[in-house]
Each structure stands twice: as structure tokens, then as C-alpha cells.
Write a protein that binds this ligand. Structure first.
Ligand code: ZN
Length: 104
């Protein structure tokens, strides 16, 4: 379960909570004052990604590889192919039962 950081609006204390991804902020109870007025803080992990630093060469290359992979994936045929059509006419002629009846 991911670890979330919260700040209580009631007592202005920060606390961490192990919650499921589906947990709502409104249901998060402050361990100090039991108020449910917490606001979820951005984790340090996500704040590290955001920055005004220009991406390096390796990051650009990784981005290009990802885009190339996405394009290759888009060229793939759809998961549900068209149903196989029965061969056009000629089925009854090659049917052994029908030919047997006509010859005798
Ligand atoms: Zn509180």
C-alpha cells in the first residue's frame, strides 16, 4: 500500500498514512485531533520529477524509445480480427453428399 503524506487543517500537523489507492481524502482521520480535514501532500517522489531542469540525453533517448514503441504498438492489428468469411459459392458443388445423389 502506498504511503501518503497529509496535513491536518484542524491542528496543522503533518502525518503519514498507509492507505489504499482508493482511499478518499475526506475519510482520512488525523491521528492527533481526529479531525477529517486532512489535505494530501505531494510526496517527495513526485516532487522530484517536476523541475525546470532540462532533460538530459538519456532521458530524451528514453522518451524517443517510448514513442517509437508506442508507434509500433499502434501499427499492430486490432485485438479482435474480422471473423473468417466462408468461401464464396462452390460449397454445394464440392459437397460429396450432393454429388452422390446426382450421379446415381
Ligand atoms: Zn489534526
Amino acid at each position: 500500500m502506498p504511503l501518503y503524506e497529509y496535513r491536518c487543517e484542524q491542528c496543522e500537523k503533518q502525518f503519514e498514512a498507509n492507505q489504499s489507492v482508493y482511499a478518499r481524502v475526506e475519510d482520512t482521520e488525523c491521528p492527533f485531533c481526529r479531525a477529517r480535514q486532512a489535505t494530501r501532500l505531494m510526496s517527495s517522489f513526485s516532487s522530484n520529477i517536476v523541475g525546470d531542469r532540462k532533460p538530459g540525453f538519456s532521458e530524451l533517448k528514453a522518451k524517443a524509445m517510448t514513442e517509437e514503441r508506442m508507434q509500433r504498438f499502434a501499427k499492430l492489428p486490432p485485438l479482435n480480427p474480422r471473423p473468417i468469411m466462408p468461401p464464396p459459392n462452390g460449397i454445394s458443388e464440392s459437397d460429396p453428399l450432393s454429388t452422390e445423389g446426382s450421379t446415381s
